[in-house]
Design a protein around this ligand. Structure first.
Ligand code: FES
Length: 157
């Protein structure tokens, strides 16, 4: 399933580490960025290139919520519900998001645009509540108004 280009990029990643299997996480990121998620065939191909078993690679992909083992929407929202965020209204905001998107956490909105995931601490507790958009954009000090504006932007892109 992986193109020769992707295989070659994984091999370059492996060359950066004393132990080639240490490249498994960056390899998963690389493939997910290319395919949007990590289907079984991709997990097998990564395992073959790196020299690990499929089960080992799958265990890493299943352990971390940043890896998607199922197809996702065009955008992803990882919404923190850990204690500091919860104390600042995260539960109420998550409910608001679910209502707005028409799906529960762990699901994708019916229009296929946005996947909503509940997350543990995203490292911004001092500016709680926090969410991570598309794996790169940290949005802090969330309010319901801020959430509405972000959802509107994501729906239009
Ligand atoms: S608890 Fe939410 S960012 Fe740390």
């Amino acid at each position: 399933m992986l193109t020769n280009e992707l295989r070659s990029q994984i091999q370059k990643l492996m060359a950066r580490y004393p132990e080639p299997r240490s490249a498994v996480m960056p390899a998963l990121h690389l493939v997910q960025r290319e395919l949007g998620w990590l289907p079984d065939e991709a997990i097998q191909d990564i395992a073959d290139v790196i020299g690990m078993s499929k089960t080992e690679v799958n265990s890493v992909a299943m352990f971390y919520t940043m890896y998607a083992r199922e197809p996702r929407g065009k955008h992803t929202i990882m919404f923190c519900t850990d204690l500091p965020c919860a104390l600042n209204g995260a539960d109420e905001m998550l409910e608001h998001l679910e209502h707005k998107l028409g799906c529960k956490a762990g699901q994708t909105s019916p229009d296929g645009k946005i996947t909503l995931q509940e997350a543990k601490c995203l490292g911004g507790c001092h500016r709680a509540p926090v969410m991570l958009v598309d794996g790169v954009e940290h949005v802090e000090n969330l309010t319901l108004d801020k959430l509405d504006k972000i959802i509107e932007q994501l729906r239009n892109t």
